[in-house]
Structure formats: structure tokens, C-alpha cells
Design a protein around this ligand. Structure first.
Ligand code: SF4
Ligand code: SF4
Length: 89
């Protein structure tokens, strides 16, 4: 059980279709681990989209390791009105 929990924590991540994001930021508000942030650049809709930050240590790690803290709870995906967040475990 403990091992399974640890594996989920290590493996989980999300992908957001940035160009379809309308910038409501419901995903940001509802992530229990504060792993989603607002991107600096505008998308094709002219809004700053939500982007997965992968946790506080994301900048210190390689791209493939940016999954710290994401439990795969899917709260972000469930709350997104555009259904553009995919959760990978
Ligand atoms: S909930 Fe969906 S549409 Fe709203 S900011 Fe997040 S990804 Fe974008
Ligand atoms: S799956 Fe859960 S922990 Fe991971 S980014 Fe979405 S809301 Fe946050």
C-alpha cells in the first residue's frame, strides 16, 4: 500500500492543452498541491493559459522528472469546463 502510494506520487503528471485554455483558472484554485500556475505568454485565444508547474523543484530537475507532488487526483481535470486536462499516472 505504501509502495503503491509512493509510485503514484512519483508517476503522476498532467498535460494541459494550452491553446484551448480560456483562462478561468479553476484548475489552479482546485489543485490541492498548488501544481498549476499561469503561464507568462498568451495563447491563441489571447489569454494566459494554465500550465503544470510540476512542483517547487521543477526548475531544478529535468523535464522527465517534473512530477513532484502530483498525486493524480484529477481534481484539475474534473473541474476544467473545457475538458482539456489529461492526467497520467
Ligand atoms: S480549468 Fe481548464 S480552461 Fe480553466 S484555466 Fe484551467 S485548463 Fe484553462
Ligand atoms: S492531478 Fe491533482 S495534484 Fe495533480 S495537478 Fe491535477 S489537481 Fe493537482
Amino acid at each position: 500500500m505504501i509502495v503503491e502510494t509512493l509510485l503514484v506520487k512519483i508517476m503522476a503528471r498532467i498535460r494541459i492543452n494550452k491553446d484551448r485554455c480560456k483562462g478561468c483558472y479553476l484548475c489552479i484554485v482546485n489543485c490541492p498541491n498548488s501544481l498549476i500556475k499561469i503561464e507568462d505568454e498568451l495563447n491563441v485565444k489571447g489569454v494566459k493559459p494554465a500550465v503544470f508547474s510540476g512542483g517547487k523543484s521543477a526548475r531544478l530537475k529535468s523535464k522527465s522528472e517534473r512530477s513532484d507532488g502530483c498525486t493524480g487526483c484529477a481534481m484539475c481535470a474534473l473541474i476544467c469546463p473545457e475538458c482539456i486536462i489529461e492526467v497520467y499516472k
